[in-house]
Each structure stands twice: as structure tokens, then as C-alpha cells.
Design a protein around this ligand. Structure first.
Ligand code: C5P
Length: 233
């Protein structure tokens, strides 16, 4: 069975644009990530439509709420048929364990991963919250608590992937955004790595958006990236 490493970030404003784009590429080459903007505007019907076309969907809603609410939200996502979903590790161990229980409502449960420290937060933001430890230490601590809560892995930068792969072992999933092929613009991403560098750093899956979604020939861009990482697939 195919296990494409690329998760295309479907950052479109609405249903029609997302479906039009999804039909230009193929589920043989990638998975799709649906985030807060698209899900809020297009809802579960869009996720079902993408699954009907044949895509695995990563529902990137980063749940962070009281445990019973997150458990029910995770169950709803699992019943929708998503391939992967995520929560904030800062929601705590009880919340993450509840999410893990929540996804058991279907025979083939989705992957459940955690966000640790958002890349938009640095040591200044952590200090303002009263967290006076280096960012990587906080990331590692939260990632460990996610794995101990029964989660499958974490979202992390390629820089963090090296340390997390070493401390968490080979079995965990590391899902890595901030990826740019040499030929693509950085856009607003500050610390970028190439697809090959990310996989060499220990990433399991690569989240890639604009280099593919904004490309004039998305299928061609996706093929170029797939070929460049063929040794890892
Ligand atoms: O277009 P681009 O490749 O920059 O898209 C990256 C995707 O990954 C976006 O959906 C963005 O929200 C998401 N993301 C990120 N950095 C994180 C977590 C998620 O860029 N730390």
C-alpha cells in the first residue's frame, strides 16, 4: 500500500476552491490537511467529499478544551473518517488521554498527534506565560507527555525533529511543516528546510502548502517533490 510522505496543506477559503484543487492532484501522491479556516467555512461535508475522492485527510483543528469536550470532538472526527487529527499537548495529560479514548469509536482509529509549542511562540512568549525553560526543553517535555498519554506523535519543526527522534525513538510520528524545495519561495516561513533535509532529520510526514497549492502546475510541483524524496518512500 502506498504511504505518501507529503501532506498538502489545503489552505483555501472555501469548498469549491478546495475541491477544484484536490482534483488537480492525486491521492497516490499525497494526503491533504484541512485546517481551521477551511473547516470553519466548508465543514464536515468538505472532509467527506475529499475522502470520497480517495484522500486521507489530516484534520488540523488543534483541539484544546476540557477532557470530555475534546473526547467527543475526537470521536466526531474519527466517525467522519479522518486519517489523522491533533490536539494541543498544553491541554494536559487527562485531556490527551480522553482524546485517545475518543478515537476508539471506529474499527480503524485515526492517528492522533499533538502540537507542542507553536512555532509562532518563542522564549519571550513562554516567559510571559510563566514558563521559564528553553523552548526545545518545553517541546521535548510536552512531546514526551503526548506519547505517554497514548498519542502517536507530534507536529514539530525539522530542527526539533532531530532531538525528538533521538529522545522519543523510531516509532513516533513526527509531522513537519516549514518545508520548501530549493526552487520555492519561503513566503512567511522563517526557518525552512528542504523535503530531503526534513526526512533526513527524522520527519515521518511533511506538511507542504504554498509551493504546491500556489504553483501554476500543482501536479507537476508535487511530482517534482515526490521524486526528490523517492529514496525515503
Ligand atoms: O504554505 P506552507 O507550506 O507554509 O503551509 C504550511 C502549513 O503548515 C500551514 O497550513 C500552516 O498553518 C501549517 N503550520 C506551520 N507551522 C507550524 C504548524 C503548522 O506552517 N508550526
Amino acid at each position: 500500500m502506498k504511504d505518501p510522505k507529503i501532506i498538502v496543506a489545503l489552505d483555501f477559503p472555501g469548498h469549491d476552491q478546495a475541491i477544484e484543487f484536490a482534483k488537480k492532484i492525486s491521492p497516490d501522491q499525497c494526503r491533504l490537511k484541512v485546517g481551521k479556516e477551511l473547516f470553519t467555512s466548508a465543514g464536515p461535508a468538505l472532509v467527506e467529499a475529499l475522502i470520497d475522492i480517495g484522500y486521507d485527510v489530516f484534520l488540523d483543528l488543534k483541539y484544546h478544551d476540557i477532557p470530555s469536550t475534546v473526547k467527543k470532538a475526537a470521536s466526531a472526527a474519527a466517525k467522519l473518517g479522518v486519517w489523522m487529527l491533533n490536539v494541543h499537548a498544553l491541554g494536559g495529560v487527562t485531556m490527551m488521554q480522553a482524546a485517545r479514548e475518543g478515537i476508539e469509536v471506529v474499527p480503524r482509529r485515526p492517528f492522533l498527534i499533538a502540537v507542542t509549542v507553536l512555532t509562532s511562540s518563542g522564549s519571550t512568549e513562554l516567559k510571559a506565560l510563566g514558563i521559564d525553560v528553553p523552548v526545545l526543553q518545553m517541546v521535548t517535555r510536552l512531546a514526551r507527555s503526548a506519547i505517554d498519554s497514548g498519542l502517536d506523535g507530534v507536529v514539530c519543526s525539522a530542527q526539533e525533529a532531530v532531538a525528538l527522534r533521538t529522545s522519543l525513538g523510531d516509532a513516533v510520528l513526527l509531522v513537519t511543516p516549514g518545508i520548501r524545495p530549493e526552487w520555492a519561495a519561503a513566503d512567511d516561513q522563517k526557518r525552512i528546510v528542504t523535503p530531503q533535509q526534513a526526512l533526513a532529520s527524522g520527519a515521518s510526514y511533511l506538511v507542504i502548502g504554498r509551493p504546491i497549492t500556489q504553483h501554476q502546475a500543482p501536479a507537476q510541483a508535487l511530482s517534482l517533490i515526490s521524486e526528490s524524496i523517492s529514496e525515503y518512500v
